[in-house]
Design a protein around this ligand. Structure first.
Ligand code: SAM
Length: 240
């Protein structure tokens, strides 16, 4: 997969080259381009923003600069453009799975009050565009949203995780939150690991994990349980 990020703070994206994502780059599974939006400014102040039509506080990112940046970064290709914004479609594990199928993603990081809407509308005539929110709160810029989205997507690419089965058991993959995990020692500060996990009985362990996942989801995210189709529950689940 190729990922391009356009931002006025390229250094903000440095963590994309660390840890698992850094390894994905080394292995050739991820190609990353980070572009400084100010490269496409021509004035002495390298201005990327201007005051909003209609008045109001804050500044809006200029369409000319963004237009040229996207024209150059996307030239000769049709990537999927992701524009982080609190007004976007909520980012979910399902969307991460969908984006992980793409050959190329381009991210446009907004700042201030966001990007002139015409940039997004114009890009949408040439490529698929998604305005995406990472949650119901307002950040100062799109960079942290991009770190979140790219990390969630790239870990799903084949070959990135050491054990490909591990993301299939993660929270949300079956519509539920994952239950608790334990490692050695068996007893720590008078707290023991549940016996069943040391029983060697794989069916009992699977049942216990499923029950824990259901219970945790019921208490913390009942909305997820409500959204689960009946077909996703077995007869033992229904007893809970
Ligand atoms: N005026 C905008 C609004 O109320 O919808 C908020 C702009 S915010 C201060 C600046 C930039 O941060 C946005 O353009 C977007 O790139 C990013 N951003 C802020 N919150 C976000 C969120 N929840 N999800 C994704 N991006 C976000």
């Amino acid at each position: 997969m190729r990922v391009d990020v356009i931002t006025i703070f390229p250094e903000y994206l440095t963590p994309l080259r660390e840890a698992l994502l850094g390894k994905a780059i080394d292995k050739g599974l991820l190609e990353l381009g980070v572009h400084d939006l100010r490269r496409w400014t021509y004035d002495v102040h390298k201005a990327v923003d201007d005051s909003p039509f209609g008045g109001g506080p804050g500044m809006v990112m200029k369409p000319q600069v963004w237009g040229e940046a996207l024209d150059e970064v996307c030239a000769g290709d049709t990537p999927r453009l992701i524009v982080p914004t609190p007004a976007g479609r909520p980012f979910t594990q399902a969307m991460a799975t969908e984006l992980a199928q793409e050959r190329r993603l381009v991210f446009a990081c907004g700042r201030y009050e966001g990007i002139d809407q015409r940039v997004i509308d114009d890009a949408a005539t040439r490529m698929p565009v998604d305005e995406v929110s990472i949650g119901d709160y307002v950040l100062v810029g799109g960079e942290v949203a991009v770190l979140t989205i790219v990390e969630a997507v790239v870990r799903l690419l084949p070959g990135v995780l050491g054990n490909p089965a591990s993301h299939q058991q993660d929270s949300f993959s079956d519509g539920l939150l994952e239950g608790p995990s334990y490692t050695r020692p068996v007893v720590w500060r008078d707290r023991a690991v549940p016996d069943v996990l040391r029983s060697g009985n794989h069916a009992a362990i699977a049942r216990w994990r499923r029950d824990q996942a259901l219970e945790r989801t019921f208490h913390r995210r009942p909305d997820l349980l409500e959204a689960l189709p009946d077909s996703a529950l077995d007869k033992h689940d229904r007893k809970l």
